[in-house]
Design a protein around this ligand. Sequence first.
Ligand SMILES: Cc1cc2nc3c(=O)[nH]c(=O)nc-3n(C[C@H](O)[C@H](O)[C@H](O)COP(=O)(O)OP(=O)(O)OC[C@H]3O[C@@H](n4cnc5c(N)ncnc54)[C@H](O)[C@@H]3O)c2cc1C
Length: 360
Amino acid sequence: MNTWDVVVIGAGQAGSAAAWDLAAGGRRVLMLSRVAGAGKPCAGGVTVKTLNRYRFSIDPVIRETVDTLHVSRYPGPEGQLKSTQRFCVMTERSELDRFCLKQAQRQGAEFQLTKGVAAIRQNGSGVEVHTKEGETIRATYLVAADGANSRVRHLLGESSLKGAMAIEGHIDRADLKAYPGMTLDFQAIKGGYGWLFPKGDHINVGLYIWKHGLAAPDRKALDQYCLDRLGVKPHHVSGFPLGTWLPKVRLKHGRILFVGDAVGATETLLGEGIYGAVLSGQLAAQALLSDQPESYLTLLSGWREELTKVAQLSSLFYGLLPMSIPMLKGALGGTLVEGFSRGYTLGECKRRWRGSVRLA
Ligand SMILES: Cc1cc2nc3c(=O)[nH]c(=O)nc-3n(C[C@H](O)[C@H](O)[C@H](O)COP(=O)(O)OP(=O)(O)OC[C@H]3O[C@@H](n4cnc5c(N)ncnc54)[C@H](O)[C@@H]3O)c2cc1C
């Protein structure tokens, strides 16, 4: 019989973070995923607060270290927010995910590929996962880390919530006249921004909108942004929703805990989801290691409250861009960028408004 303490569905950032902690805590863990890694679009920008949460160094997969953020109210003039220390590193998401999966396996988690999950059943003592291959896997608990379109959530009869959306592509460095720094061009799309993330041999480019209901970014819009901005069209273009609904969603269903984009742990202002994925994965593991799955609700409540405040800020920020961008380019921006990178709450940012990051 295929029986485990915990089965984790999904081997992205949330799944690997949960599996690492559970395996390190002595639990028998099976990670089940459609691919070895996320296999979905992601620009791979990782903030310092996320680096501080990892249980291991991700140095082997860092492609660039960033200490200057270029911002504009596109197509207006650009400002530079310079940090005294690094505030972000650039990774290739598939490399990062494979690396984190390997770390979880080193801790003792097992990994198995599946074509998908056909059914899930649970009772008072455990959970059964029926895979599309016809296998039945039993576990005491299940961690659903299967992303914004969570199949587990659908199988439990819950419909998808709609939130932020992004599309990305690659441009080879050899095709660029100049290699840009990390850039956010606000207003390149209504209710969002265009980005340029340097990755060594190429740049990752994309468009982000912060909430459902705005015109979704599509290939035509991304092509146009890249042509206007860089004179080249991107390749490897793909889009995906981001899980930004944590304030409204169910975190737990009996013995099943949702983490990462499957619980909507991504913040709305910039769409940073890797931090929420790692954080929620680790908190779910903490709850299961103490055999108190219900404590997950309390453990995640602080992040839930923070995301509610960030959603209010996003509404103001994107609604009032002509005012927001000058403020972002000023001293407040420095504090916000540093706070965003290091994980200060909005309340802490207010208190720390002292300009340790300055506009160059
Ligand atoms: C274009 C784009 C750019 C982004 N850029 C950034 C960025 O630069 N920085 C940042 O912090 N965030 C970024 N995000 C957000 C970030 O990618 C997500 O928040 C993050 O991937 C969430 O991680 P996760 O582990 O919860 O889910 P995912 O990364 O979606 O992983 C889900 C896992 O579940 C597996 N899976 C899915 N369905 C099934 C199934 N039925 N059966 C088995 N396995 C399944 C998948 O194969 C995968 O392993 C971006 C998002 C997009 C769309």
